[in-house]
Design a protein. Structure first.
Length: 466
């Protein structure tokens, strides 16, 4: 199928649907604030929201390089779910019960986002249908059953394991042999959420300056080409764009993810697919895919394209290679053959932040006033909200307004991660890892064996994920 008619880049389909916003005014010069937030994505906006709600008189300034939601917050798959990067490692470091508390906090976070969106009249096409993850090879089924058991061990007593027939009754994924479903998930429109959040925090009195790239963060200082913001607390909420800051080239790796969106599909196609519950959909492949049925009856589906650009470079407008578009379309048609003639209306890419140990973190350095949150490894739509509430509590504790809370004692708080390797080792390692994952997925598609392919196990060790 030709991709000539496919809109490529332009940030994302979500912005094509909503329209690209006119940026707010840049920083007019040197200024001061009580708190300066760097980054206008979900993390920064949620942090501004909860801080301002807790202490209305706070003078909060938020600085954004482009416009709010330009990065991953405006390009993601719209999965509001309870996954968090690094939970298993936190269990090893801090004990099982500490990790269970972290998981419970994530379960509750899904409902918190839904609650705030309703309370603030943010219409983000939220549909709470849960998350369905499917298996369609013997090896995937074995991993799925293990995954299901582990999630139950971490407190998800409401999770459901389904066989092939029951899976097909929910979503007719070709060749699916089983699935696991959790109610702790919802589909949403990423840009509607980020636009609503930006408007909400601005109405609360937060000052937002867009078109204002921060070049360097130091204690009590955020430097930009237009001036410096001085504040007791400087919060770095830059996720996949962290490498653009001075001194942070190797802090978090900007991993690329790509997506496609079909045209609105006719009723005849939906009759063959089902998906009436509008669950978010994933699989158990190593180079996994993620998908949703949008409010206007498209399928938006994503996965890894070019996983990493040399030197931690980030893209500008989300343009995606034709080969990646075709690869994602092949996944779509393999899962849902009746979409074979569907037009692909849009393709785009974005970056997400990956720490060296693949663990999301929230930190406040009480000696410098520097704080940060991120490294969500693709699970940020909900995790950003938990991170923001945790940053709020850490700042209130540090400023003497409160003591420790249930959030400030979670095991991801103040977790330290080593930096990524220098180039060319970083580029070689990431590309080698995903080449291995793709090879393992191809081998498992034709293998009757239930065990995970040895190539994938080697890639896990290379990545430091296990």
């Amino acid at each position: 199928m030709s991709t000539v008619s496919t809109a490529n880049g332009g940030i994302s389909f979500w912005y094509a649907d909503q329209g690209t916003p006119t940026p707010r005014e840049p920083l007019p010069g040197d200024t001061t604030a009580d708190i300066c937030i760097v980054g206008g994505g979900y993390t920064g906006l949620w942090t501004a929201y909860y801080l301002k709600k807790a202490v209305p008189f706070l003078n909060i300034t938020l600085l954004e390089a482009k416009f709010c939601g330009y990065g991953a917050s405006g390009r993601n798959g719209g999965w509001l779910y309870n996954g968090i990067a690094g939970r298993d490692r936190y269990a090893k470091l801090h004990g099982h019960e500490a990790a269970v508390r972290l998981q419970q906090a994530m379960n509750d976070t899904v409902g918190e986002v839904v609650r705030v969106a309703a309370e603030e009249n943010i219409d983000a096409d939220i549909h709470r249908g849960g998350v369905l993850e499917v298996a369609y090879t013997p090896a995937q089924l074995a991993r799925l059953k293990d995954f299901h058991s582990v999630e139950i061990a971490f407190g998800e007593k409401d999770r459901v394991l389904r066989g092939a027939r029951e899976t097909g009754e929910r979503i007719n994924v070709t060749g699916a042999v089983g699935s696991t479903w959790t109610p702790h998930g919802a589909r949403l429109h990423p840009v509607k959420l980020v636009k609503g959040l930006a408007a909400t925090v601005e109405a609360l009195g937060v000052t937002i300056h867009e078109s204002t790239p921060v070049t360097e963060i130091r204690p009590k200082h955020a430097h930009t080409p237009y001036g410096t913001v001085r504040a007791p607390y400087i919060l770095r909420c830059t996720e996949g764009f962290t490498a653009n800051l001075k001194g942070h080239k190797r802090t978090w790796l900007p991993m690329n993810s790509s997506m496609i969106a079909t045209e609105p599909l006719p009723r005849s196609v939906w009759d063959t697919i089902g998906w009436d519950g509008r669950e978010t959909l994933g699989d158990m492949a190593h180079a996994y895919m993620y998908a949703q049925r949008t409010a206007d009856d498209r399928i938006a589906l994503g996965g890894r394209g070019v996983p990493y650009r040399y030197g931690s470079a980030t893209d500008n407008d989300g343009r995606t290679r034709p080969a990646t578009i075709e690869a994602l379309r092949d996944i779509l048609v393999r899962l849902f053959p009746t979409t074979a003639k569907a037009r692909i209306d849009h393709a785009w890419s974005g970056v997400l932040g990956v720490p060296r140990d693949w663990c999301a973190t929230v930190t406040l350095d009480r000696t410098t006033g520097l704080g940060w949150a991120g490294g969500y490894v693709g699970s940020g739509v909900a995790t950003t909200n938990l991170a923001a509430r945790t940053l709020r509590d850490l700042i209130q504790q540090d400023s003497g307004q409160s003591g420790p809370t249930g959030l400030t004692t979670l095991p991801w708080v103040n977790h330290k991660v080593r930096r990524w390797e220098p180039e060319p080792f970083r580029w070689l390692g990431v590309h080698g890892m995903y080449a291995a994952y793709r090879t393992a997925d191809r081998r498992e598609l034709t293998s009757p064996r239930p065990g995970t392919d040895l190539v994938a196990k080697a890639a896990d060790r290379l990545a430091g994920r296990h």
